[in-house]
Design a protein around this ligand. Sequence first.
Ligand SMILES: Cc1cc2nc3c(=O)[nH]c(=O)nc-3n(C[C@H](O)[C@H](O)[C@H](O)COP(=O)(O)OP(=O)(O)OC[C@H]3O[C@@H](n4cnc5c(N)ncnc54)[C@H](O)[C@@H]3O)c2cc1C
Length: 419
Amino acid sequence: MKHLILGAGAAGISAARKILKEKPDDEIIIVSEDTEVYSRCMLHRFISGERDAAGLNFINDDLLERRNVTWIKGKTLTRLDADSKTVYAGDEKVASGDTILIATGANSVTPPIGDLRTAKNAFGLRHLSDARSIVNCAKNAEKVAIIGAGLVGLDACYALLELGKNGLTSPQITVIEMAPSALAINVDAHAAEAYQKKFEEKGVTFLLARKVVGTKSDGNGSITAVELDGGDSRLTSLSVPCDMVVMAVGVRPAIAFLEGSGVKTERAVVVDDYLATNVPGIYAAGDAAGLSGIWPNAQKQGEFAAYNMTGTKWAYDDRFAIKNTVNFFGLLTLSVGAIKPEEGDETLVKEDRGNYRKLILRDGAVAGVILQGEIGGSGFWQHLIKNKIRIDTLGKSPWKVSYADFFGVENNGEYKWVV
Ligand SMILES: Cc1cc2nc3c(=O)[nH]c(=O)nc-3n(C[C@H](O)[C@H](O)[C@H](O)COP(=O)(O)OP(=O)(O)OC[C@H]3O[C@@H](n4cnc5c(N)ncnc54)[C@H](O)[C@@H]3O)c2cc1C
């Protein structure tokens, strides 16, 4: 059987690996726009100069050199013919297969504001090519505006502060964010503030609850300032001078090539519990499937799709809780599940010696946890959240609940999780 994998990122590569394990003699063709395999989570280390491109490669064996694996790189797919399961780049027929995995990830969103879409000095941060452009432009940039204070925006900020490792000088950085706090989809405002302070100590300016409404340009295709509205009515509009802009305002699944193919898409490719699309034999995984936007989930989905592509029916059961890890300047935070309480939820907070812990309780169960500083025991909280296990019946403080509360002894003398 021939499996065609579109994308050589987290989902595509883990799918290829799993197919080879399940069906060692099946043929695999991987097609990607990327010409190198690299971890997007490490792009900031490339910008800072801590790693070169080879140091971002997350394949540490001969996977792509196996006799039944072909990697067609540097091809930007523009069309999929679902009937013949064939993909095209322009008029060129690139490859076809008996099954297809759509694992093309996502692209940065560029807002249609001022010259952000056309300027020579405005970049997203999604691909290695973006990181290379940022390094190049940073050579002459004294002032940088970063739009978006989410994980990618702060990754860029961190990397630009560390530019010394690339033999360059750090620019003066302003981070502009529409939400009232940084990392708004990853952690709560309190945990985010700890990071903001650390960045501010390094000289970064944060402009929160502010919207970019325009740009000023030099007439030669470069932005010289980004214009902000008043945001909060007590503020006046503001012009932030810059000679480079990094946009980190979100991503959109890279699925334009599916237009007209008959594969059902909404914002992302629509998949069922088996990661199958509406077209038999065609599957999707990772950011292209839009079930979550993080690396470990993309990998896991790639593996589950591979099982289903090779004939073992296996439902992907991890749609449940968003899990985030943040780590800047040695400060670790992990959040699982809900970050903000809903009406009727109870919130418990504990703070001591640099550690911050927050629990959100809903209907007697844990709906979310944030651990900052010491993050041990996160697997336990994750299990409670994922399985909506009630803890109110235990009659003890939620902070004192532990694995021991849920284990009983089976007839055969083995401990078993009992709920
Ligand atoms: C700067 C940054 C930092 C991040 N940090 C973290 C983090 O700390 N933790 C975390 O869990 N996640 C992080 N992520 C998210 C994580 O990288 C993604 O969730 C993950 O890469 C998704 O994997 P994927 O296989 O779906 O897509 P990708 O890894 O994006 O791979 C997509 C593949 O498809 C190819 N492709 C795309 N379009 C086409 C086309 N038209 N034709 C041919 N090939 C195409 C690409 O070339 C690529 O090979 C970060 C992302 C970025 C950008």
